[in-house]
Ligand binder design. Structure first.
Ligand SMILES: O=C(CO)COP(=O)(O)O
Length: 136
């Protein structure tokens, strides 16, 4: 069974929220292939203990690296908890990542409420695939 590929990214003030969210949905995320920008990935690995494929930090081009994966159809879902109240030096990169999600119709959550809707969808897919693999 191919693992569902999920990109997880959070700006600094949202990293803890993301880590708590991943912990809450551990039974889902532990079955996914995870990708993240550098610091977000480290937080998830250190706090939650899940293995993450890490790229550069956002301000150093990490959003663009994740964006390239999206363009190559190598990411199935994106959870990007942005900080809407703090200006980012790499705002154009953030916009580019959001844009390629729309261009390629990749589900994208930018807040916890939508992230919950996405993770429920991921959970549903995993349950369905598991049943199919068991021949039910
Ligand atoms: O800046 C980011 C997204 O725009 C995230 O980068 P880090 O995960 O390295 O903090």
């Amino acid at each position: 069974m191919e693992r569902i590929r999920v990109a997880l990214i959070a700006h600094d003030k949202k990293k803890l929220d993301l880590a708590m969210f991943v912990k809450e949905w551990m039974h889902v995320f532990s079955k996914c292939e995870l990708y993240a920008t550098s610091t977000t990935g480290k937080v998830i690995e250190e706090k939650i203990g899940l293995k993450v494929n890490k790229f550069q930090s956002g301000p150093y081009g990490g959003d663009l690296q994740i964006g390239a994966l999206i363009v190559n159809k190598e990411i199935d879902f994106v959870i990007f908890l942005r900080d809407p109240l703090t200006a980012q030096p790499h705002e154009p990169d953030v916009s580019a990542l959001l844009r390629v999600c729309d261009v390629h119709n990749v589900p994208l959550a930018t807040n916890l409420a939508t992230a919950e809707a996405l993770v429920l969808e991921i959970e549903k897919k995993i349950i369905k695939e598991t049943k199919e693999n068991e021949g039910e």
